[in-house]
Design a protein around this ligand. Sequence first.
Ligand code: GLP
Length: 261
Amino acid sequence: MQVIVVDTAQDVAMLGADHICRLLSKKDNAVLGLATGSTPIALYQELIERYRRKEVMFRSAHSFNLDEYVGIAAEHLQSYRFFMNQQLFEHIDIQLKNTHVPDGMIDPIQAADDYEALINAAGGIDLQVLGIGRNGHIGFNEPSSSLGSLTRIKTLTPDTIRDNSRFFSADEFQPRLAITMGIGTILRAKKALLLATGASKADAIQAMVEGPLSASCPASALQLHANAVVIVDKEAGAKLVNHEYYHWVRAETDQLIVGLK
Ligand code: GLP
């Protein structure tokens, strides 16, 4: 796991965008795994800026989102499909038919199986963007999720429902179920890129990076991934014990790359 602690949330977005743009410059039909939540918004804005400056194109790219609520339609303002269209897809040249978000409306159990099959049929995910919940969840894989799980329906924890209630008005239906890629699905991505910002994520980041591999912290499963990059700002990285080592590794790696050029 490569752990990169940068100064600001904007630095997290910039570095995250570098990883995605580097992939697309090598493979224009890459399959991107995308995430929702507040954290990736700055990343998406950075990608939109780079697209406008003609530094990156998405015309041939494909995308699969991590998750979607069960019981709200794609047109609903709080659906993750709506979020993705509004935050990213409408502003770049990706073809909407190549973008996938699970369908939590008609037959969610079947939709989950179909989604997993669709990811496999696309050749798997090249780069999976992830945020992290305060309780260590990735996608909607709540604590106790099987580390080998595939796309399926999960019941959200009261904490997650509370965290996400900020997006719903008081009298609005807020789903308690979601379709989410499983931890096994996420681990199959060729590369995992987890972004976190802000002090509220510091405990989860410490547990994920330095705690035991455990279903109690689903993100700790990334310790098993051969190509996982974790980019956090100072606040989210504040509780990392081996802080200095991560900086040192980064400096040494940069030197190695310069030496090899
Ligand atoms: C949601 C999403 C996750 C996301 C998490 C954190 O529950 N399912 O994919 O990582 O929230 O969101 P935020 O970035 O808003 O803190």
